[in-house]
Design a protein around this ligand. Structure first.
Ligand code: BGC
Length: 827
């Protein structure tokens, strides 16, 4: 393949045949959305149950239900599965057909076109009498006109003429039943209020949630083009919770009939909407046909992809061409789903980053700390999007303050799982499917989520220099989180250091000490060190604020000099656990726990990702072992450079000699089960400079998390946005060494040449830049136009890049394996 050739299929995912066992994964991977709403890639003729789960979701649309489990009242908030607008069924000569039934199916191919945001399906089926029909379907969820979606169906009788009936409707009888583990719990969130025909082409369904009293309105318009035939006769069908139009058509052999369904979905959460049903009907009344809408949708994707361009070119020969194309397609698939969850529509939506996207019901649509892995990709391309996602957190500052107060602490305690209003949504019991037992869940003790929120705020400010955001919202959040952690840290006279006790780190397999009555572990190294990082940044934040705003905030929050001095003291006297061999210990006393016989468990169980479930089912507890679900201590090396970490520890009086770092990595890696898809990302990152091949294995695993469903079944319940975005981030920040600090964009490439050259677009300080990284070469071109120059650097070489200019750098490795730059000639 000649240099520079783009691999042809790096934009398309093709899924052939029909495998009931795999349908859930396919539905999640083929979800279409626009950040406001999304619909799973389910077959339009299907209903929930068996292989199918046609879920529809709107960002931030939650409802609470209550259950009683083991005598305990449990209240759960879920992202609501909305009425199913896909409904489109076909009857041949009066007989409704399930075309995916092996008795009928002749051919089935689903194609997801990532570039255009278009899901297509080609299907051929035959009825019992041998009448063969071809069905071609295309659908979109409009990227620009957020309320609108379209489904076009072309039916061609191949060897028969006669009566074809098509049912096109809206189904409000849906429940939240997409996750098997939750099926014992209450699931009906909606009450259908309205089912009516608006006009001969349009039906309307309005439903309201049982507790949050949110309204969702859907209007569906169905038109038929039978190529000048006799037209369709229609009947409106009202069933309990459903409304549809039944169209009767006389079809002729070989003549295609096109059924076009355009849907408007509007909710009471929307801005500039007072009556969802009215708006839905209006939206539809002025919506053009499928083809015209599709053109606008494609344009919107084209523009978004330009901002989020990522390309791998100039692969090193044919043997790698296929891998490169596969890698690129998987990267784009991930970006595609990230952008379908967090899109420009989030700019006026109050929604966070749900860990599993708008793609399924795992974790009930809750927001965890995963935005830590998602935002860097957005910040470097659409910084305003990151800002609006951070508003999801800043708006919930009061809820976090309330939670801190309820725990007897000052400042802001952000919840581990967050939903509509920012209260703690973590479940208190969970089901182990292996043992069938409901078990206490103490994962809400993951206080480190607040550190991630503060980190996100600071990173956004570093990348953008957006002082207005920092002064208006970010600083207050960051300072209140800093205050919370300062209150959480208590002086231990025996050590004469401060400690944070009774929490959980990112590793959910270490929830309590063996035999302890109370949950929580003490002095999680990640939490303690990041808290120190935060108190340093709190000082920097105050220094970065304009004087008047600083004074206002200090007054408003009642920050006293004594409190600030206390934070400084904490930066010198926090306790961080180390093992006797100098390796950072995950938490105080972790090394005293039993070692697991990994070989034995591997031989007995094979897949050890969910060791917690395996051990519980054996009557043991994962808490008793030196086993991590995911990267915990090593998160420090993911978020901080070795120098930064050394400096923070040095300030505390601890040493981190360079030779201890590889031992620290080895120690923790050997005890990690990778039960979270985030784990592979972090390990790829920390291994990237020293163990390139191992790093690439982890990268490949993170990248394929959902495509290969590496957790064996969880993708069907929603994609893993952290892994998807994080894989792109690995390319840009880890392998290309892209960083933003000191008001400059820095490159420090360590690019695996097997991938050819990496090309991507970034937006930095209002300037669009095209970057190309190949081996240790970097080329950065600023788009022409008005605007100020930006600073771009590689090592010690920092250039001022004006609009329209290109800079080239070559970074050369030093003996230590780090990269020192030399400016390239011929700029
Ligand atoms: C991981 C968390 C993560 C959550 C949502 C869990 O399995 O342990 O770190 O935030 O999934 O992705």
């Amino acid at each position: 393949m000649p240099a520079g050739t783009r691999r042809p299929d790096a934009w398309t995912l093709v899924l052939d045949g029909f495998d009931p066992a795999d349908e859930g994964r396919r539905e999640a991977l083929c979800t279409l959305g626009n950040g406001y709403q999304a619909v799973r890639g389910a077959a339009p003729e299907s209903r929930a149950g068996g292989a199918h789960y046609p879920g529809t979701y709107a960002a931030g649309f939650f409802n609470r239900l209550t259950d009683e489990i083991g005598g305990v009242r449990v209240e759960t908030e879920s992202m609501v599965n909305l009425p199913n607008w896909l409904v489109l069924r076909v009857a041949v000569e009066g007989e409704w057909i399930d075309p995916l039934d092996p008795a009928h199916l002749l051919e089935h191919r689903v194609t997801l076109d990532l570039r255009r945001g278009l899901l297509s399906r080609v299907l051929r089926f035959a009825d019992a009498a041998g009448r063969r029909t071809a069905l071609r379907q295309r659908r979109f969820v409009h990227l620009d006109r957020r309320h609108l979606a379209g489904l076009q169906t072309v039916l061609t009788p191949e060897n028969w003429s006669g009566r074809l009936r098509v049912r096109s409707g809206l189904d409000g009888t849906v429940t939240n039943s997409g996750v098997a583990r939750y099926r014992e719990m209450a699931a009906r969130h909606l009450r259908v209020l309205v089912r009516e025909e608006v006009d001969p082409e349009t039906v309307l369904l309005v439903a309201r949630t049982t507790q949050s009293e949110l309204t969702v309105a859907q209007a569906a318009r169905t038109r038929v083009d039978d190529g000048g035939g006799v037209g369709a006769t229609r009947r409106t069908l009202r069933e309990r919770g459903r409304i549809s139009h039944d169209l009767e058509l006389n079809v002729a052999e070989g003549r295609a009939v096109t059924v076009e369904k355009i849907v408007a979905l509007v909710t009471s959460r929307d801005v500039a909407v007072s009556h969802p049903a009215l708006t839905a009907v209006e939206q539809l009344a002025e919506a053009p046909g499928f083809q015209t809408l599709l053109a606008g949708h494609e344009l919107a994707w084209d523009q978004l992809w330009r901002r989020f361009r990522v390309d791998l070119t100039d692969g090193v020969g044919d043997q790698h061409a296929a891998t490169t194309a596969e890698t690129l397609r998987t990267l784009r698939l991930g970006l595609f789903h990230v952008l379908q969850t967090a899109s420009p529509h989030d700019l006026d939506l109050d929604a966070g980053v749900p860990a599993r996207g708008l793609h399924g019901e795992a974790y009930r649509g809750h927001v965890f700390w995963d935005e830590l892995f998602v935002l860097p990709v957005l910040t470097l391309r659409m910084p305003q999007l990151t800002r609006s996602l951070l508003y999801y957190r800043t708006r919930r500052l009061d809820a976090a303050r309330r939670a801190a107060r309820a725990a007897g602490l000052r400042g802001a305690m952000y919840p581990w799982q967050s939903g509509s209003d920012g209260r703690e949504e973590s479940q208190r019991v969970h089901l182990n499917p292996l043992s069938g037992r409901w078990l206490p869940d103490t994962s809400h003790l993951q206080r480190h989520v607040g550190l991630a929120v503060a980190y996100d705020v600071w990173q956004y400010y570093q990348a953008t220099g957006d002082r207005e955001f920092l002064a208006g919202h970010g600083a207050e959040v960051l300072l209140e989180i800093a205050r919370f952690f300062a209150d959480l840290a208590r002086h231990d006279p025996a050590l004469d250091r401060y400690r944070i006790r009774g929490v959980m780190g990112p590793d959910e397999y270490s929830a309590r000490y063996p035999g302890a009555a109370e949950p929580g572990i003490d002095d999680n190294a990640y939490t303690n060190v990041m808290a120190v990082w935060l108190w340093h940044r709190a000082r920097d934040t105050l220094a970065a604020l304009p004087g008047t705003r600083r004074a206002e905030l200090v007054e408003r929050l009642g920050l006293t000099p004594a409190e600030l001095l206390h934070w400084e003291d904490l930066c010198r006297r926090m306790y961080v656990p180390f093992r006797a061999d100098g390796v950072l210990e995950q938490f105080h006393g972790a090394s005293r726990l039993e070692e697991l016989d990994w070989a034995d468990y591997r031989s007995r169980y094979g897949d050890l990702q969910r060791l917690d479930r395996i051990l519980e089912a054996e009557g043991r507890s994962v808490d008793d072992f030196q086993v991590s679900k995911q990267a915990d201590t090593l998160m420090l090396f993911y978020l901080l450079s070795a120098d930064e970490l050394r400096e923070l520890l040095g300030g505390l009086g601890y040493a981190l000699p360079p030779e201890v770092i590889p031992r620290t990595i080895d120690h923790h890696l050997a005890r990690t089960a990778h039960g979270s898809t985030l784990s592979a990302l972090v390990h790829a990152w920390v291994l990237a400079r020293a163990h390139r091949e191992d790093a690439l294995d982890h990268f490949a695993r993170a990248l394929r998390s959902d495509l290969a469903d590496v957790q064996g079944g969880t993708t069907a319940e929603g994609v893993h946005l952290g892994a998807m975005a994080g894989s792109v981030d690995l390319l840009q920040r880890c392998f290309a060494g892209l960083e933003t600090w000191a008001d400059a964009l820095w490159f420090n490439p360590h690019w695996p040449s097997r991938f050819g050259a990496l090309e991507f677009a970034v937006e930095y300080r209002g300037v669009t830049l095209d970057a190309r990284v190949s081996g240790r070469e970097v080329r950065v071109a600023a788009a022409p136009g008005p605007g100020r120059p930006v600073r771009v650097g590689c090592g010690e070489d920092v250039r001022l890049l004006h609009p329209g200019e290109t800079a080239r750098f070559t970074a050369v490795p030093t003996a230590a394996g780090t990269v020192a730059p030399v400016p390239a000639a011929g700029r």
